[in-house]
Design a binder for this molecule. Structure first.
Ligand code: GLA
Length: 527
């Protein structure tokens, strides 16, 4: 069997091993999507004041992050970065102090390469000096972008990113007060599934959050803001297994004053990001946000979900032409149900509670996190949703019904196709049917996988092919799931290639990268 060639996944110092630095995803403000390079001191002081007065700080939004274009076009004679003193007449240390006095933290933007995306000096070969400068200015959060990074000696570009971001990780970790480290490296690889995943494989060990995909549409940008949100959502749903306390997948800013979004779309954006346990960084002109927008951004129940200490990311349970159904567990044993109507008209869906990894025989209490209304679910729940709206339920099991099983789609993240237990096991377009919903039992390298359509059957790798057999009746039904996305049996890796097959485990085969339900415990090492 071909072995996987990759950098070992054993971290020396790791953010996921030091979750205390950022125990829950960051919340706050960044100027970029709303103002791009049009930033200055007044914008930041006004924003801090407004976030304080409008209750956003109290709700948890405690960071103000400067994005690109804050600096002068060249370094000082001693090599130091310098702020643009026209934009920041009192200086960045003064601004850090201003926001800190009001209870916020100040964050900053730099770039791992020769220049930032906006053309300002990059940190390449100035890493120690810049880290020290930021700390001296009172900054405790760094978004490190990845424009203008070049590979030397013909080595793969992803190796260059790995070495630059590792260098930063080491420098930051050796500081007495390490800066929170937001890594943009994966965003530079998201057009090639296998390169993207290879970059993702080291990301959680190297920083606290990572921008993994395209920029969310900026205020002045052309195109559909909703499509841009949905594009980043599509990337995010492929990365469930990487997130854990101390590391968060970042699908980019909330843009609640974008004129191209409807009220439902703005609320969906927030509810989906909260369901993911994603960073909630608002890029909007906060003093002018209408009260109803401030109110939903402060939704305590959804923020509690976002900040849940288990840090699971909601994963797809089912998907069809209209609906996405997602679930995850919460630290107190509750289960989340998030439903998005992606379609263009009001539609109805019935969701059996068994699809959520719950027991059909139990009666569950469910709270609608938008309205606060409490309902009971037994067997199934019926939901009617307007186009582009999202509903989120927090489901509390009664005593005796607290067991949940990771349950949901198993899909190839490259093709988006669902593993389907029809007469033969195959990969097909996802259609919200029970034969595409799998319960995953066991942990680590001892997983068994059963379709909801027939839970006496288990997925088996036998005689070089994939089939379903009676559970517990023989070999081939034990699987391991790895951080790399591989689902491996003794005979090889599940592969989506015109149907479901078994292949030699290989990181360069996009058809072997699988998305599984959230809560599946990964096997150590690589496939
Ligand atoms: C990249 C990033 C954006 C923003 C700009 C600044 O495009 O992805 O979030 O930081 O650079 O130039």
């Amino acid at each position: 069997m071909a072995s996987l060639l990759m950098t070992p996944l054993l971290p020396v110092m790791a953010s996921v091993e030091n979750p205390g630095l950022l125990p829950s995803p960051p919340m706050g403000f960044n100027n970029w999507a709303r103002f791009e390079c049009d930033l200055n001191e007044t914008l930041f002081t006004e924003t801090a004041d407004s976030m304080l007065n409008r209750g956003l700080l109290d709700a948890g939004y405690n960071r103000l992050n400067l994005d690109d274009c804050w600096m002068q076009t060249s370094r000082a004679a001693n090599g130091s970065l310098q702020w643009n003193s026209t934009l920041f007449p009192n200086g960045i240390p003064w601004l850090a102090n201003y926001v800190q006095e009001r209870g916020f933290h100040l964050g900053i933007y730099e770039d791992a390469g020769n220049a930032t995306c906006g053309g300002y000096p990059g940190s390449f070969q100035h890493e120690e000096q810049d880290a020290e400068t930021f700390a001296n200015w009172g900054i405790d959060y760094l978004k490190l972008d990845g424009c203008n990074v070049y590979a030397e000696d013909g080595r793969p570009l992803r190796d260059e990113y790995h070495s630059l971001y590792s260098k930063w990780h080491t420098i930051l970790n050796e500081m007495s007060q390490p800066l929170i480290f937001s890594e943009s490296a994966p965003a530079y690889f998201c057009t090639n599934e296998t390169d993207w995943m290879r970059v993702m494989d080291w990301i959680p060990f190297n920083g606290d959050l990572a921008r993994h995909s395209d920029d969310i549409l900026v205020y002045s940008g052309e195109g559909s803001a909703w499509e841009s949100i949905m594009a980043n959502y599509e990337f995010q749903i492929q990365l469930v297994r990487y997130q854990q306390p101390g590391y968060y997948n970042d699908p980019d800013f909330l843009i609640p004053d974008h004129p191209g979004l409807t009220e439902d779309e703005k609320k969906s954006h927030f509810a989906l990001w909260a369901s993911f346990g994603a960073p909630l960084i608002i890029s909007a002109y906060i003093p002018d946000l209408p009260e109803e927008v401030i109110t939903f951004l402060k939704n305590k129940d959804l923020i509690t979900v976002d900040q849940d200490p288990l840090a699971e990311q909601a994963a797809l349970v089912t998907r069809n032409a209209d609906f996405d159904v997602l679930t995850r567990s919460l630290a107190n044993g509750d289960r989340l149900l998030t439903v998005l109507n992606r379609g263009n008209k009001t539609a109805k869906i019935t969701i059996p509670v068994a699809q959520l990894g719950l027991d059909s025989g139990c009666q569950y209490r469910a709270r609608d996190l938008w309205t606060g209304a409490v309902e009971t679910f037994k067997h199934s729940v019926e939901i009617t949703l307007d186009s582009h709206a999202t509903i989120v339920y927090r489901i509390t099991p009664p005593r005796g019904c607290t067991k949940t099983t990771p349950t949901g789609m198993i899909f190839n993240t490259a093709s988006g196709k669902c593993l389907t237990a029809s007469s033969t096991v195959t990969f097909k377009a996802c259609d919200a049917i029970d034969s595409q919903v799998w319960s995953v039992s066991g942990s680590g390298s001892q997983l068994t996988l059963s379709p909801l359509s027939d839970n006496s059957k288990c997925l088996a790798a036998k005689d070089g092919s994939i089939s379903l057999v009676e559970c517990g009746t023989g070999s081939g039904t034990i699987w391991s799931h790895f951080l790399t996305g591989h689902l491996k049996s003794d005979d090889g890796c599940l592969t989506d290639s015109s149907g479901a097959s078994l292949g030699s485990c290989d990181q360069s085969v996009a058809g072997q990268i699988m998305g599984l339900p959230s809560g599946v415990q990964l096997a150590a090492g690589i496939a």
